[in-house]
Design a protein around this ligand. Structure first.
Ligand code: BV8
Ligand code: ZN
Length: 250
């Protein structure tokens, strides 16, 4: 990556920040090898649209296909690891008093990278539970059905993610709203900002007077609300930004 010049005012804002929020989408995991939602589905799943599979209706209509899609994604995610973008966000915790990650991703990579305050707005693909009695179903205890049956009540086991048409977990949403009250810097990283209500967070952050920084190789509908746009891949831009703001830190 050619040496990027960062606005000195942005570097000052970062260095003096007390609380940084990092709002992330599928783009932050792209360099780990996980296709984003905008990427076309591949192979067996090429004929499906993610939005058509990630719904309660699809699971009711065809639980096996939906379950197998998530099983395929979990296998894909099992092989990947956090990339320099995730690691830079985790490293920020050693440079700023408080960092909160608000992620739309379900891959669990921020926690694996070392981030300690992570709000998962759309759940976590590794957390399965029973549709009927809501009992969590640890992966090691899953039977081999597709979907597996709940050992307590026989109901279908489903992925612990938020489907389209489902409400976001109230606790996660409340925590995210509270972060907007205290964070002084709001990164918007690797998201097309098309999915609501998560996409309303950057707009709300700006209206609360936060410094909004957009990190994305492409333009998105949220560019106009960001004070700073860092056009590039998060796995390249974020490490370079930390190096520029804190040159003496290893
Ligand atoms: C709700 C978990 C209401 C599942 C996900 C019309 C009809 C029906 C519904 C709606 C409608 N209009 C609005 C809605 C609401 C709907 C919605 O927003 N739909 C969209 C499609 C229009 N929202 C919902 O249904 C939400 N619930 O509204 O409930 C309600 C209220 C009361 C009572 C009942 C219900 C629930 C939404 C959650 C859906 N679940 N995930 C799963 O993973 O399978 S969303 C899923 O898609 C992801 O989690 C993610 O959030 C989203 C994809 O968005 P992004 O993360 O932004 O990823 P994307 O691929 O779009 O973009 C990637 C970006 O990265 C790009 O900009 C790219 O340029 C950039 N990039 C690429 N490489 C890099 C990079 N950036 C940096 N570095 C790189 N290297
Ligand atoms: Zn059950």
């Amino acid at each position: 990556m050619q040496s990027v010049h960062f606005d000195p005012e942005l570097l000052d804002i970062l260095r003096s920040a007390r609380h940084v929020a990092a709002f992330t989408g599928a783009g932050v995991s792209a360099e780990s090898g996980i296709p984003t939602f905008r990427d076309a589905q591949t192979g067996l799943w090429a004929k499906y649209r993610a939005e058509d599979l990630a719904t309660p209706e699809a699971f009711r209509r065809d639980p096996a296909t939906v379950w197998n899609w998530y099983a395929w994604r979990r296998e894909l995610m099992r092989e990947v690891k956090p990339n320099p973008g995730h690691l830079a966000i985790a490293a920020l915790e050693r440079l700023v008093p408080r960092v909160t990650v608000i992620t739309q991703n379900v891959d669990g990579l921020h926690a694996r990278a070392g981030s300690t305050e992570v709000i998962e707005l759309h759940g976590n693909i590794w957390h399965n539970l029973c549709v009927d009695c809501r009992t969590p179903a640890p992966e090691e205890a899953l039977g081999d059905g597709a979907p597996p049956a709940c050992p307590h009540c026989g109901g279908h086991i489903r992925p612990g993610v938020v489907w389209f048409g489902e409400s976001l977990p109230a606790a996660a949403w409340t925590r995210a709203a509270e972060v907007l009250e205290t964070a002084d810097v709001f990164f918007c990283i690797g998201t097309s900002s098309l999915v609501e209500p998560a996409a309303s967070l950057p707009r709300h952050a700006r209206s609360c007077g936060r410094t909004v920084i957009q990190v994305n190789p492409e333009a998105t509908g949220h560019d106009e609300i960001a004070q700073y746009i860092l056009r590039g891949k998060s796995g390249e831009v974020l490490p370079a930004l930390l190096k520029a703001a804190w040159p003496h830190v290893g």
